[in-house]
Design a protein around this ligand. Structure first.
Ligand code: GLP
Length: 246
């Protein structure tokens, strides 16, 4: 059963979700956080940075693994998720950079890059809390519709719709990489707790499908209905098509 927390807007969604992450870090300072990129988590990271600066949070023992990375983008490429995480979160807090792990997009041997990432998750003892955004087509991480649920970290070809959606961060459409490394549905489902955040009217249909529709690979996020500890924090716009269901 998915726990649903309603927020009135993006800011409130971010604050509520940041509260859940901060509780995790306070309860278990050496926890393993599974982190996500995209526009959705930006407000959470800003809030956590703020609490860190006020002295309320300490990330010195915390470890992190990231969901995904574009294949072929170097660490200093502003579009890489490695760069995103440093700019928007890591460099502002006291997490040890050696304890942060984004899949290595510069490793072009896809099998090696993915096996290495999966091995890191195992070595860390698994993920305590996995943060997720929701793609417009129901993807989580870069697990696109139709991909088998049992996958671990693997290399994917991005769908046309994801390339188009993510092109807003690039100069032109052709600059968006067509492949990415992503934790698979299996790796995500192994996390002890999952926190998924969704904001905006544009995602209202997919929220309804993912959390109230059938569990099918065509809607990757629908598998979360089978996880024992999932919290969805969503704003009123994102939940606008579910009002009679919750
Ligand atoms: C990208 C990321 C996902 C993210 C999704 C939604 O494709 N790989 O991890 O959840 O986009 O992004 P946004 O939050 O910007 O809508």
């Amino acid at each position: 059963m998915i726990k649903i927390i309603k927020a009135k807007d993006y800011n409130e969604m971010s604050r509520k979700a940041a509260n859940i992450i901060s509780a995790q870090v306070i309860m278990k300072p050496d926890c393993v956080l599974g982190l996500a990129t995209g526009s959705s988590p930006l407000g959470i990271y800003a809030q956590l940075i703020d609490w860190y600066k006020k002295g309320d949070l300490d990330f010195s023992q915390t470890k992190s693994v990231n969901l995904d990375e574009y294949r072929g983008l170097s660490h200093d490429n502003p579009q890489s998720y490695y760069y995103f995480m440093n700019e928007n979160f890591f460099k502002h807090i006291n997490i040890n950079p050696a304890n942060t792990h984004v899949p290595n997009g510069m490793e072009l041997n896809a099998q090696k890059a993915c096996a290495d990432h999966e091995a890191i998750i195992q070595e860390l003892g698994g993920i305590d809390l996995q943060l997720l955004g929701l793609g417009n087509n129901g993807h989580i991480g870069f697990n696109e519709p139709g991909v088998a649920f049992e996958k671990e970290t693997h290399c994917v070809h991005l769908t046309e719709s994801t390339i188009r959606a993510n092109s807003r961060f690039f100069e032109k459409l052709e600059d968006v990489p067509t492949q990415a490394y992503t934790m698979g549905i299996k790796s995500i489902m192994m996390a002890k707790k999952i926190l998924i955040i969704v904001s905006g009217e544009g995602k209202s249909d997919i929220v309804k499908e993912a959390f109230f529709g059938p569990v099918i690979p065509q809607v990757p996020a629908s598998i979360l209905q089978m996880h024992p500890d999932v919290t969805l924090v969503a704003d009123a716009d994102a939940l606008s098509k579910c009002t009679t269901l919750i």
